[in-house]
Design a protein around this ligand. Sequence first.
Ligand code: GLC
Ligand code: MG
Length: 250
Amino acid sequence: MTAFLFVTDLDHTFVGDDNALGELQQRLSQQRQEQGAKIVYATGRSLTLYHELKAEKHLIDPDALITAVGTEIYEDDSKDVPDSTWSEKLSQGWNRELAVATAAHYSDLVPQEESEQRPFKASYYLSEEAAVEVVPRLEAQLQERGLDVRLIYSGGKDLDILPRLGNKGLAVEFLRQQWGFDGTRTVVCGDSGNDIGLFSVGESRGIIVGNARPELRQWYDANASDRHYLAQAHCAGGILEGLQHFGFLQ
Ligand code: GLC
Ligand code: MG
């Protein structure tokens, strides 16, 4: 077997079933040691909240880390300065102040904690009921103001405003090309709206865990393909199932 690039979201995907996580981490460590597999976490969390989760769940060291919904890439998680080439790409056409000032007109948008406000990400809480009307209105208004942004609604509660290129999938492409992995030897895993980017970019194999949120299931139904596998099992159990389905693990 040849090496593969393993990319996973953390909350409710890699993390969520401690027993299955233990087994998956053991299998992945072995693949990394014996076959040269590489492991990447792609999370919506900031570096600060990532480190909290890593300590709490004893996560193995990744070979690279993508945080803040694809807007920051770290060569390894002991660094605290993100890859500058990626930051430069994202800064084109991005105006955080204007995006935040526009969002401030919407009383349904409640700013998330300070740690989650990042240079290329403005994040809010927004209820599911309000989202139906607020998201398209805000999107249109941001566009009218000349902002080329991407709005991502996840988990029935989080709204992120990001630069157009701020996307987990594009960040993975950046690492994949740098490391020279074939798209067909890349596998991505996720459960919610901010993971759609992982599944829609390139030719990676995709594992959607059994506990996936409605926004990702709807996307899966509308974009059915042999490249994507909807697992029965939840969280790390679903990942193990998907890795076997695609033949990455025996
Ligand atoms: C994580 C981040 C939060 C973001 C959410 C969805 O929970 O901490 O800021 O809104 O992911 O992308
Ligand atoms: Mg998740």
